[in-house]
Design a protein around this ligand. Structure first.
Ligand code: CA
Length: 733
């Protein structure tokens, strides 16, 4: 790619600053010959590793000029604007048919894979489940090092949505990973050795980290998750060189009697009622999206749902409950509050605003505006003025039922009657998994379109019969039984076609759809868009696909052998463009909606797949599919006990083992468990942590033996249901 006259001087400056020691010696660490003087110089700055060159030499200047070295992918969203648009165009709508598998790298895991890979100075840094970091030669896939933070697998009970990790940040020779148990770890990028690590949360509380850190001016930014369980959300900044905390911004107020950390918390407290601080802390975790505008010097982040979801319980008497479900702008040097926009005031549906934030300069009404765009869970696409948070436009990107529209005078959604399910249960669209979840979208300045991985289905919400706050387990404040699947199989089957998902191309200027591609199910990959007029996306049913960015025509696809939820990246080394995606089925939908994923039963095969033009690599065959073998003991419990077990199961077990005891088969389907036959063994597993090394934590501190027995009775009932269904007996009709 020829350098334009405007980018060349910037590039020369960057080169002189960050690549003073590049030599042409062969690289013993990688075993691939480096470019020699006789070969044409690469047009981009991707340089091979050698003994003296810095690795992961990312810094402010280089990140600000990321467009001058499109061959790299130096931060989570490629640039601080998080557009996930690549200027690379050797792979384009014409050549993409020649794209083939260049290399693959197997992860040793069977849990969900969500990471965006970072590619810089010839090395790919990526993560697999359990926050394990891998460094690979980006050209060949050769393994360089792996860092395993040795997460205690029992900690997974504090994760709403699988043992996932969405990637690392690179900065001045270090790689940073947020670990599932709440640590932030700095690794030497050359060796994978730990430089420092800090606990960013109180390890006794149900916080987790799944999101990727970002680095601004030497400060590593990291949030956390846990609002389903009961925590007080915050985002922190740590000095990259020492691990010392620089600032922390809480997203919800603590107990007012104890005073406020800052004026923003004092303001937020005016919007709360009751004793939310005694119900786990209010929630509002910052578990994913961040973006940065260097010119305005503003860091933007998205804030999650409340603990519990149900505002009637969380804040009796109402209130907006700031800063739940908000986009917040702060100064990155100090964490000082600047502005906020709340997408779902007084949220009650798990409508987080942690979804991907994209910054762009787009033309609206004849004027170029600095905008911030988000498609949060609540189903509205927002365009804000990112200088001050003014709402410029909002429109629903899927058909929604909880609100009719956003009032442009007040900037607030106009809620549908009964949407808060106070007087009667209600099916609401979007569901608690949102119209769009964590899967990154992308924005092309070429087409002006945003490419959104959309989920489109409803969930049932209702008041719990009685709310008891249970520390350390899920506390949604909604009825698990009302949220369950219908009993009649015919009714369950009728829901299947309603569990929709699609790739949606959305025009933010007109707030309207440009095109759509329907997928087989809701839980598909994040998107990447390139200057080659291509959108890349993996799918739940095991394909990695290239669509034309302007029209949505399918131009190429590759069978991935497993569901894909992670987004792709692209980079260039020695003039050759690579497209890489992490594959491996998992995450919230894959765990919870077993009823609708089990029949497809894609195995989890966790890998990096990297493609380039002219390659023709093949994957080894995968000749297994997960299944359930039913062999339940007789049903001896009373129906009332089975029903009690049903409620407990839905509240405590469902998040991992699946709605109505139908697992997504990423983790065991309890209906096939041999422990069903053995009351003492079941108790050892459920209450004493017999299998905690495998990730089945002890729940002895949360439920009694009698309650655990009731859950066993319910699972036995459901195992018989599954067995009869498998044998062709009509169920529930
Ligand atoms: Ca949530």
């Amino acid at each position: 790619m020829p350098l334009s006259q405007t980018t060349a001087p910037v590039l020369a400056l960057i080169l002189s600053l960050v690549l003073p020691a590049c030599s042409n010696e062969p690289d013993p660490a990688i075993g691939e010959p480096a470019a020699t003087a006789a070969q044409p110089a690469p047009a981009t700055v991707s340089m091979p590793l050698d003994d003296t060159a810095a690795v992961a030499a990312v810094d402010t200047l280089r990140l600000l000029a990321a467009d001058a070295e499109p061959g790299s992918w130096m931060s989570y969203g490629r640039t601080y604007s998080e557009q996930r648009y690549s200027p690379l165009n050797k792979v384009d709508a014409k050549t993409v048919s020649d794209l083939g598998l260049a290399w693959s790298f197997d992860f040793n895991t069977t849990r969900g894979i969500e990471a965006t890979s970072i590619v810089v100075d010839g090395v790919m840094y990526t993560t697999s489940s359990w926050s394990i970091v891998h460094a690979l030669d980006a050209r060949t896939g050769k393994h360089l090092w792996t860092y395993d933070p040795q997460v205690n697998k029992a900690k997974v009970k504090h994760g709403c949505c699988d043992a996932v990790n969405r990637g690392v940040a690179a900065w001045e020779g270090q790689v940073f990973v947020g670990v599932f148990d709440g640590r932030l770890v700095a690794l030497d990028a050359a060796t994978g050795k730990v430089n420092w690590e800090v606990a960013t949360v109180d390890p006794a509380l149900p916080y987790t980290i799944t999101g990727a850190p970002r680095v601004i001016d030497g400060k590593v930014l990291i949030g956390n998750g846990g609002a389903e369980f009961g925590v007080r959300g915050f985002i922190s900044a740590y000095a990259a060189d020492s691990g010392k905390m620089v600032w922390r911004f809480y997203t919800v107020p603590g107990d007012p009697k104890l005073g406020f950390e800052n004026k923003a918390m004092e303001m937020a407290a005016q919007t709360w009622n009751g004793k939310w601080y005694d119900l786990g802390g209010g929630g509002g975790t910052v578990w994913d999206a961040m973006a940065y505008d260097p010119e305005l010097d503003l860091l933007y982040f998205g804030v999650g749902n409340g603990t519990p979801w149900n505002r009637e319980i969380r804040s009796p008497g109402g209130g907006d409950n700031l800063f739940l479900s908000s986009i917040v702008a702060v100064r990155p040097a100090t964490g000082e509050y600047v502005w906020h926009y709340q997408t779902t005031p007084g949220e009650s549906w798990d409508y987080t605003a942690t979804q991907h934030i994209i910054l762009a300069d787009i033309e609206l009404d004849g004027k170029t505006r600095k905008v911030l765009m988000q498609a949060p869970k609540n189903g509205f696409f927002y365009v804000l003025d990112r200088t001050d948070g003014t709402l410029l436009s909002a429109n629903n990107y899927i058909d929604i039922t909880w609100a009719t529209h956003v009032d442009m005078e007040t900037g607030r959604p106009v809620e549908a009657e009964g949407a808060r399910y106070i007087d009667s249960p209600l099916a609401v669209t979007p569901s608690y998994l949102g119209g769009h979840n964590w899967h990154p979208m992308s924005f092309s300045p070429q087409t002006g379109l945003v490419y959104i991985p959309v989920l489109d289905f409803a969930a049932n919400y209702g008041q719990p019969e009685e709310f008891v706050y249970r520390p350390g387990v899920a506390n949604t404040g909604t009825s698990g039984i009302i949220g369950s699947l219908p009993d009649a199989q015919a009714e369950r089957d009728a829901i299947r076609p309603l569990m929709k998902g699609r790739l949606l191309a959305w025009d933010p200027r007109t707030q309207s759809e440009a095109w759509r591609v329907e997928h087989n199910g809701p839980w598909n990959g994040g998107t990447l868009v390139t200057a080659g007029n291509l959108v890349f996306q993996g799918t739940a049913d095991g394909k990695f696909v290239a669509f034309s960015a302007d029209k949505g025509e399918t131009l190429w696809e590759f069978p991935t052998q497993t569901g894909v939820v992670a987004p792709a990246v692209t980079y260039e080394i020695d003039g050759e463009q690579y497209v890489s995606v992490n594959v491996g089925w998992g995450g919230a939908y894959a765990l919870v909606f077993g009823e609708y994923v089990q029949s497809d039963s894609m195995p989890n095969v966790s890998r990096v797949l990297t493609f380039k033009l002219g390659a023709d690599g093949k994957l080894p065959e995968v000749n297994w599919r997960p299944t359930v073998v039913f062999n339940p003991p007789p049903r001896v419990a009373q129906e009332a006990v089975e029903h009690e077990g049903f409620g407990l199961y839905q509240d405590i077990c469902m998040g991992c083992h699946g709605l109505n005891a139908v697992s997504g088969l990423i983790i065991p389907d309890l209906r096939g468990s041999a422990w069903l036959h053995d009351a003492d063994g079941w108790n050892s597993v459920v209450r004493e942590g017999l299998l905690s090394k495998n990730g089945m934590a002890s729940f002895g501190g949360h439920i009694t033996r009698e309650e655990s027995e009731a859950i066993r009775a319910y699972v036995i009932q459901q195992a018989w249901r599954g067995k009869e269904l498998q044998e062709g007996v009509a169920i529930g009709d």
